[in-house]
Design a protein around this ligand. Structure first.
Ligand code: GCW
Length: 735
């Protein structure tokens, strides 16, 4: 059995909680159970994650559900509604110790009624008109009728019935009343997906929790029970799509040999309403199609994609779509033929369109051979420079999938400037549940507060409200689709993510994708109660640990917005500050005895600020402690007025656009051409000559100095006094 029971993992956790002040309940055999329930450590493996449905031990709380009906009726026999019915039985049994009776038709006694709006409307006379709901939304309503109570879970589609059922169970876990319900919820966006970076050999790129639950030895696993359990977890937080293969893609997935195999994964997902997706290799027409080209404008290539996608849909009629990483980090793309990202996306989009499929085209395109000596070069500009100019050129079933920050999943980044720059193109935000740069699931780092700094951020791209959450949901510019993608790395480890507390991030991603306005604390509380039960002390301790973890992790691995101090050329874990300098990857700290940080002003630096309409006056509304945390990044992150980076150097940029103006467009037009940024990731430029374009080295150092805020005083300047060779200032740090 690949998923052994374990105590080894829970015991340190239990010990940790004990240290942190949690109550640990010892079983008669003196085994430690991590929470205030009667299970032993051996009986609890972590497999169930937040769907453990631990018994509610507080009688005052469980008593609230004494009136819950003893019967469940599902008015629909589809596999998804069937899952909902099984789930309510399982959840009520776990939390309240009662076994619901299953009926096919409405009985004369009280009942929980599951069904689509059409079905429940017909069966429950006193239900009344249904509220307006988006697809996947649900309505929870209690109806007193003929001396009985009906607890109705109704929805416009089957998935919504399942999500409503999970919501009802969540309410019980949270101790909330369910006797007089009338609640309608719709998801914030249609796209709520996860991407796994699993390879066909069973390894996982940035996998820290064991091998793939989908692949092994170049094939799909025979036993897909784990995949099915994963789909259930995803469904419980409203995630409706999952791309199972690495974006550094393997073309073999599209071959006739593989289609029946991945169709089995789709089958495992289907009862939970999760649509299957895969990543594509853009060179497939040549790599597996027998063509001599993969030029997206070649008619033979277009035919290849049409045939390949048709075959996919024959095998998997409800296939969700594809993810494409092209022209980035060595992946082949349209630049090989001088074509644009729009050409590349559209040729595949047109093959998907008749089937209703989506293509997620990754905005993570940059040149990793940039000349580090050139102070105008800036990886943080890459996504914007590559895609903003193509706005309006993408078909309606293309979604540009944008990493949350402009660099690469660092412990603190501002929102990517690209979010505010696409008015005529669908977008999705890519958040990394995988803790690649945030402790690799060995350090505790609860990411929800970090994600919220980005999702809540207003890009000032439209009068109607343009928070990143609104932009990606398609609300700001009325886009037909868009939403949220989480990069996850679940594996065969019994805890799914390799650390029991890391699952709060997967849970949190799903909850935010459904309702980005939810608070980080609320999400941590939900997750903790669902995972560990209702012991107050455990709840307080775990929630407190979670909420404090991100700033703590940041403080020792990437303070001041400097970007990661881990080894970027190796595993992205453990100290390796200098690995960021003197190479083309563009994660430069530019730290020396004068200061730290990139000059991103328009006047003398990389001009990133011009790409971001939110900088400038808006800065004055942010909490006072933000600038200290992000000064070295010196990106669109708002900067405290007292910060000594000279705001007056760039007055056009700093002018506060009148509230409600179409400032985004104006400012974006002002961006114009950009000096020193690649925009052409296929062009591999080696390190250039050791001259410093754009000014003398002394001038450059002086400008960087201005990025250190005055109020940091010595703190800002106390950064390693020795000069890094990357700054061109002679004395080597390690010499
Ligand atoms: O952060 C980098 C990772 C790569 C990853 C890449 C990407 C899948 O280090 O491992 O490749 O991002 O997002 O494509």
């Amino acid at each position: 059995m690949p998923f052994p029971r374990f105590c080894a993992r829970w015991l340190p956790l239990a010990a940790g909680l004990a240290l942190a002040g949690a109550t640990l309940v010892a079983s008669p055999a003196s085994r430690v159970a991590p929470i205030g329930v009667t299970e032993t450590a051996e009986a609890q493996t972590g497999d169930a994650a937040w769907l453990r449905y631990a018994p509610i031990v507080d009688r005052a709380v469980s008593g609230r559900y004494d009136g819950l009906p003893a019967v469940v009726v599902s008015l629909d026999s589809s596999p998804v509604v069937e899952s909902a019915r099984q789930e309510i039985v399982r959840g009520v049994r776990g939390m309240l110790g009662r076994t619901l009776r299953i009926e096919r038709e409405l009985p004369s006694e009280s009942a929980i009624v599951l069904g689509t709006l059409a079905a429940v409307g017909k069966a429950v006379k006193g239900l009344g008109p249904a509220p307006a709901l988006e697809p996947d939304g649900y309505w929870l309503k209690t109806v007193a009728e003929g001396g009985r109570t009906l607890v109705v879970v109704g929805a416009p589609n089957e998935r919504g019935v399942l999500y409503g059922t999970f919501a009802l169970l969540r309410k019980i876990a949270m101790g909330e009343a369910v006797s007089t319900l009338d609640e309608a919820e719709s998801p914030a966006a249609p796209v709520r997906w996860v991407n796994e970076w699993d390879n066909l050999d069973g390894s996982i790129e940035r996998g820290y929790a064991g091998r793939s639950i989908f692949f092994e030895g170049g094939r799909v696993l025979e036993d897909l029970r784990r995949a099915q359990d994963y789909a259930r977890l995803l469904a419980s937080v409203g995630i409706n799509g999952c791309a199972i293969s690495n974006v550094n893609a393997d073309a073999r997935l599209l071959t006739p040999e593989f289609l029946p195999q991945i169709a089995r994964v789709a089958e495992a997902f289907r009862p939970w309403g999760v649509r299957l997706a895969i990543s594509l290799d853009f060179s497939s027409p040549k790599a597996i199609g027998g063509l001599t080209t993969f030029d997206p404008l070649d008619p033979g290539v277009a035919r290849f994609w049409r045939d390949a996608i048709d075959a996919l849909y024959r095998a998997i009629p409800d296939f969700g779509g594809v993810v494409l990483k092209a022209d980035s980090e060595g992946r082949l793309g349209p630049a090989a033929y001088g074509r644009t990202h729009a050409d590349a996306a559209n040729v595949i989009a047109r093959a998907l369109e008749p089937h209703g499929g989506l293509i997620f085209y990754r905005g993570f395109v940059y040149d990793h051979h940039m000349d580090w000596r050139d102070p105008k070069n800036d990886r943080a500009r890459a996504a914007y420079d590559n895609f903003q100019k193509l706005d309006g050129h993408f078909d309606d079933n293309v979604v540009i999938q944008i990493k949350h920050g402009p660099i690469d999943f660092q412990v603190r980044e501002p929102a990517s400037p690209l979010f505010g720059a696409l008015e005529k193109t669908n977008e999705a935000i890519e958040l990394q549940i995988t803790q690649e740069y945030t402790g690799q699931q060995r350090h505790l780092c609860y990411l929800v507060p970090m994600w919220k700094t980005v999702l809540d951020f207003d890009m000032a791209a439209a009068a109607s409200g343009s928070s990143v959450a609104d932009l990606v949901s398609g609300r700001t510019f009325h886009r037909p689709t868009g939403g949220f993608v989480g990069v996850s790395n679940v594996g065969r480890d019994a805890t799914w993510l390799g650390h029991p507390l890391a699952m709060a991030n997967l849970y949190g991603f799903g909850r935010l994708a459904w309702a980005p306005a939810l608070g980080a604390r609320r999400i941590a509380e939900e997750w903790t109660r669902l995972t560990f039960g209702d012991d107050r002390k455990v709840l307080d301790t775990v929630v407190d640990l979670q909420l404090r973890s991100w700033p703590v992790y940041e403080s020792y691995t990437g303070p001041l917005g400097a970007g990661t101090l881990t080894d970027i050329l190796g595993p992205h874990f453990g100290p390796g500050i200098e690995s960021s300098e003197r190479n083309g990857w563009g994660q430069w700290h530019r730290a020396d005895h004068d200061g730290i940080g990139m000059d991103r002003t328009s006047a003398t630096g990389t001009r990133l600020h011009r790409a971001v309409p939110v900088a400038g006056g808006r800065a004055l509304r942010v909490p006072r402690d933000l600038p200290r945390r992000s000064v070295a990044l010196h990106a669109p992150r708002p900067v405290h007025p007292r910060a000594a980076f000279r705001q007056d150097r760039d007055p056009a940029h700093l002018r506060q656009p009148p509230r409600g103006s179409r400032s985004g467009g104006r400012l974006r037009r002002a961006v114009g051409g950009t000096a020193g940024t690649s925009g052409r990731p296929d062009v591999r430029r080696g390190p250039g000559p050791s001259r410093v374009p754009g000014g003398s080295r002394r001038g450059l150092a002086r400008r960087r100095l201005q990025l250190v805020p005055a109020h940091l005083g010595d703190r800002g300047r106390a950064w390693p006094r020795r000069t890094l060779p990357g700054t061109g200032r002679g004395r080597a740090h390690d010499a």
